[in-house]
Design a protein. Sequence first.
Length: 381
Amino acid sequence: MSISNIYLDHNATTPVDDRVLEAMLPYFSVQFGNASSKTHSFGWTANDAVEKSRQEVADLLNCIPQEIIFTAGATESINIAIKSVAEIYANKGKHIVTVATEHKAVLDTCEYLEKKGYSITVLPVNREGNIDLKELESSITPQTIMVCIMFANNETGVIHPIEEIANIVHEKGSIFMCDATQAVGKIKVDVQQYNIDLLAMSAHKMYGPKGVGALFIRRKNPRVTIAAQTHGGGHENGLRSGTLNVPGIVGLGMACKIAEEEMWENSIKLSRLRTTLEQGFVELGNIFVNGDIRNRLANVSNLCFTGLKADRLISKTPSIAVATGSACSSAIASPSHVLKAMGLSDEMAYASVRFSLGKNNTQEEIIATLNSYKKVLSIGE
């Protein structure tokens, strides 16, 4: 990538790692079999590749491969998890707890269920994007069947205290679902350590291909029961029918393997680059970081350029790819629901830019970004 074309929107999607692409390529042509074909070697080879990838995903999450089902991405995983629990556990109650800063995949699914007669509690966050754990505890009732709280926020990078949250949820006898899409592959996400019951993830947030993801479903302590939301063939143990995307699944598995080996090294590098970026901006004045600066992903910086319009700043630096919020909400002409939930005014939310760095970014690119913005802001050189 040339220094004049800088990609700083890795929370939207990441480029496919060369090693991931190399692993995928044979399954488009040479090894093109359907993993469900049980009568010949083409199908056997494809199935072996799928099961190898299932093990690689399980290794990253510290679970057994039987607890992983493959999906088209985190949004589908979230829909399967929430709608299944709502269906299976309705006899216990019809109450679900979530948080105002969740991804729209969670909030919209909960809104859908609310129209079906479910009660949804949406917890607020403070100025740093954190929830009040006592408020969480008091919100869970005997009728609460599920609590849905993300691992790390896609707009601010803020990391929630997942282990404490899970303990509270389990003490109250509810199921804990975690959207870990932004966290998996960047930081350690151990479903045993964090006592997560259901976990959603996507390959394309961690240098894998688009259109493939996974759902972790705990099998014991407690065993979580899931109902199929897509029917037609009984694939994935009857939980998600449809011909398996073998090349994509192979890519997800390889992305998980690489992440397990390299995430800490990448995290150190990204933290240094982000520090350079933030210090360069903050020292200009009237620019501040949105969200908890202590507990967040190493690659994310959500900055408010006070008194300015983020979309105008971005339009004047077209060679630098950044965002004003979630890519999944980019078509909505309204301020970020995450920043609004954190107490920012419309003006402040519209003045905020998300920089999300990736493992291929360089110090030279960060300096070039700072210089480009300085010119736009008419400050410095």
